[in-house]
Ligand binder design. Structure first.
Ligand SMILES: Cc1ncc(COP(=O)(O)O)c(C=O)c1O
Length: 455
């Protein structure tokens, strides 16, 4: 590609590119000129800690030498349509099954997270002969029409009225629950009882699947109360419903284990993945199905497909990525670094604006509030997109960024999910920045400033 100067690139970007989830006027996107490990540099030479791994996918960090080397060999592979057996697709499927829960048997490859979820819905409907799909409020499953309907948060409003038979239920969100449960077990019993009722009201025989992020990510890293996911599994078994876990964000080491479900005592019937399988070096996603679901398709046609299912290049990058997790012991490292991060996060409660801190491995969110006693959120539900583009959270993450801590926020939660290769020293340096910015915001009473929130 010929060299184009930065000014022209930025002008063309503003002129010709539609940017997701944003009003287009006044978008001035930065550029990434260089990336290395947990750092990247913009066009002015400014250095940032990438504390959200771009969109929580760059688990192995920027510019990983092994993946860059793999790209140099890409030209040697013949491209092949999905009907062909290819070395990279076959090897990647085997490698994924080797690290997936024991009951998992086969992989259908897709292009990213949302379409993987769409395919999982189709697979569940075919395998059960039922049509209803349960998913949760406070979840994000992607932006295609199907995944948009699965999603429970406000980004789904644009695809409504929704697909008939897509039913929502509550995510346990103990910090914002009006009931003060005496224990996590009591909360679990409450939410499972409600879900059981809802299944009965909807008619269990019509429900194909319960779809959930085991630990909702974008919606604030909502780690479930003890026994909750195991309880959902039992309800699924009781009513013949398939349990589908969306591991698009939580999979491949993010939580300190290979998959988030590995922290719990159950196995799902279907799992979806994307992001960490290639760490975004090439787009890829997929659906992993259990032996039982796989067997159904021995004698029934799998009525779904994609031109790029198991794309040769992406699958090769996927194989190399999975090797890196193993060779560099990244999952164990993420667990160890998760403990370092946890220690820093727990200390944030001393700040008046920090309402709740949730974390598991290198997957964390800091929820900010206007008032700790009333828990009044910085941004009311649903005001995230459009209405708060110049509001408090944008200014807070903007100030973080100015200070070299790059991340994003959703509603009142700030995401902290650095590349899994981060070191103890780097975590401490980045969290020093976070605390300084928080202190600056509080000192200048910026969280109390309402003037721009209704724009
Ligand atoms: C849990 C989850 N599922 C699905 C998606 C959608 O993935 P994609 O943007 O690759 O379609 C995301 C994206 O952030 C996600 O976090």
């Amino acid at each position: 590609m010929k060299q184009i100067d930065d000014g022209q690139i930025k002008k063309d970007d503003q002129h010709y590119v539609l940017h997701a989830w944003a009003k287009q006027k006044n978008i001035h996107s930065k550029m990434i000129k260089k990336g290395e490990g947990v750092f990247f540099w913009d066009e002015s030479g400014k250095k940032y800690y990438d504390m959200c791994s771009q969109l929580v996918y760059l688990n192995v960090g920027h510019n990983h030498p092994k993946l860059m080397e793999e790209f140099r060999h890409i030209g040697e592979i013949p491209l092949a349509a999905p009907g062909f057996a290819t070395a990279s697709k076959a090897e990647l499927a085997r490698k994924i099954i080797e690290v997936a829960p024991k009951n998992m048997a086969k992989v259908f490859f897709a292009n990213g997270g949302a379409d993987s979820n769409d395919h999982a819905v189709k697979i569940a409907r075919m395998a059960t002969g039922r049509y209803k799909i349960f998913s949760r409020y406070r979840s994000y499953h992607g932006a295609t029409f199907g995944a948009g309907n699965l999603s429970g948060e406000s980004r789904r409003f644009v695809v409504e009225p929704g697909i008939p038979g897509f039913i929502k239920f509550d995510t346990p969100y103990l910090y914002r629950e009006s009931i003060d449960f005496e224990s996590e077990e009591a909360a679990t019993a409450f939410y499972l009882d409600r879900l059981n009722n809802q299944i009965l009201y909807e008619g269990p025989d019509s429900i194909a699947a319960i779809f959930m992020e085991p630990i909702p990510g974008s919606n604030g890293v909502l780690v479930p109360p003890k026994g909750y996911l195991e309880g959902v599994r039992k309800l699924c078994d009781k009513y013949g419903i398939l349990m589908i876990c969306d591991e698009v964000m939580s999979g491949f080491g993010r939580t300190g284990k290979m998959f988030a479900v590995d922290h719990f005592d159950f196995e799902p019937d279907i799992m979806t993945f994307a992001k960490g399988v290639t760490c975004g070096y090439s787009p890829l996603g997929g659906v992993i199905v259990s032996e039982k679901v796989a067997q159904y398709f021995d004698d029934h046609v799998l009525m779904t497909g994609l031109t790029y299912s198991g794309h040769t290049v992406s699958a090769q990058i996927g194989c190399a990525t999975l090797d890196i997790y193993k060779e560099e012991h990244l999952i164990d490292h993420a667990a160890a670094m998760g403990e370092v991060l946890a220690e820093r996060l727990e200390k944030l409660y001393r700040f008046a604006s920090v309402g709740d801190v949730r974390h598991i491995g290198l997957f964390a969110a800091v929820e900010l509030v206007k008032d700790k006693a009333t828990k009044e959120p910085l941004i009311a539900y649903g005001l995230d997109y459009g209405k708060d583009t110049v509001g408090l959270m944008s200014r807070f993450v903007g100030l973080l960024s100015e200070n070299g801590f790059y991340t994003y926020s959703h509603e009142s939660s700030v995401m902290i999910a650095p590349p899994l290769i981060i070191t103890e020293r780097q975590i401490n340096e980045a969290m020093d920045i976070f605390e300084n910015v928080l202190a600056q915001f509080e000192k200048n009473d910026l969280f109390a400033d309402q003037t721009v929130i209704s724009k």
